[in-house]
Ligand binder design. Structure first.
Ligand SMILES: Nc1ncnc2c1ncn2[C@@H]1O[C@H](COP(=O)(O)OP(=O)(O)OP(=O)(O)O)[C@@H](O)[C@H]1O
Ligand SMILES: [Mg+2]
Length: 292
């Protein structure tokens, strides 16, 4: 199957012979996604944003779980307007961006609006185009997608420079992670994914990673990299109840430390393997859709 995104992917992959650049990329987008719901995506995205902001990075957080938004709840912010207002033409995207902790910019979505969960291709494109028109510059754009394989989820993933799939060690979550990578690879020609294994210690995460790699190697041409693990941490319950990120409330908790390591890993990666993708930044890729 082919569509605009896969055409773009192909076009950009043909450009990958361009010389690498060594400086930190100006734009770098990462979608955090999962096949199975409730595996920790929203908490991961928020806590990674906190650590990146602590490192002095300018971070843009997109709540792409349209219709079931959670970022605002977990950060205890009450956005007056959301992406829905942009899609209905009431607001411009710049008007709805709000500032969260440590100066993180947030694009809030709405909750309880079922129509938002199944946007038409035209609406998706219009929103992605609006995003591409943002003139503000960010070091990192983190996208919290919904769970599953709906077209909203797939399109946001396809637009990101990198995709981070989240799973936990449960067989159902692992199977759904595989299903998501399979569909992204066949429909959008995405052949590289990162993996975060939540609710696990390092050894178990490596085991989950190994199991996924074995199936991927057998059936798909996909490269998977283990970004890291986050241990099960009882402090999460308190942090979520306080509506404050665990990395701010309990920075030295096991999960707080794990998030710090993961954020450092992401920053290191930006200066390494994926820097050649700078030219295919989120904005550029989205902007190019206009031409297709
Ligand atoms: N490492 C962890 N230790 C303990 N609890 C955790 C951990 N990670 C996530 N949780 C808990 O799991 C629940 C689900 O987390 P979260 O909302 O981030 O998942 P999600 O993948 O975004 O869900 P959805 O698919 O519904 O968007 C939350 O109650 C959170 O506190
Ligand atoms: Mg979520």
């Amino acid at each position: 199957m082919t569509d605009q995104a896969s055409i773009l992917r192909k076009r950009f992959s043909q450009n990958s012979t361009q010389p690498r650049q060594t400086e930190t990329p100006r734009f770098r987008s990462l979608s955090v996604t999962s096949g199975k719901g409730g595996v920790g995506k929203t908490n991961i995205v928020i806590n990674l944003a906190i650590h990146l902001a602590k490192m002095g990075k300018k971070v843009f957080l997109i709540d792409a779980d349209l219709g079931l938004a959670n970022i605002d709840i977990l950060l205890n912010i009450a956005p007056q307007f959301t992406i829905e207002d942009v899609l209905t033409g009431k607001k411009h995207i710049n008007d709805i961006i709000i500032e969260g902790p440590l100066g993180i910019h947030i694009l809030p979505a709405s909750s309880g609006i079922s129509e938002m969960q199944s946007l038409s291709a035209k609406q998706q494109m219009s929103m992605l185009r609006e995003l591409s028109n943002l003139k503000t510059q960010y070091d990192y754009i983190l996208i919290d997608t919904g769970a599953g394989i709906s077209s909203n989820v797939l399109r946001f993933n396809a637009a990101a420079d990198e995709i981070c799939v989240v799973t936990n060690p449960e067989p159902t979550a692992i199977t759904d992670a595989y299903a998501l990578m399979k569909i992204m690879s066949s429909r959008y020609q995405v052949h590289h994914f990162n993996l975060i294994v939540n609710l696990s210690e390092a050894a178990e995460a490596r085991d989950v990673y190994g199991r996924l790699v074995r199936v991927l190697n057998k059936f798909l041409t996909v490269n998977l990299e283990l970004l890291g693990n986050i241990p099960r941490d009882p402090n999460f319950i308190k942090a979520v109840r306080h509506q404050e990120p665990i990395s701010l409330l309990f920075p030295n908790s096991p999960a707080g430390k794990a998030f710090r390591t993961l954020a450092a890993q992401i920053v290191n990666r930006s200066g390494d393997t994926f820097v050649e993708e700078k030219e295919t930044s989120f904005w550029k890729r989205l902007g190019s859709w206009k031409k297709d």
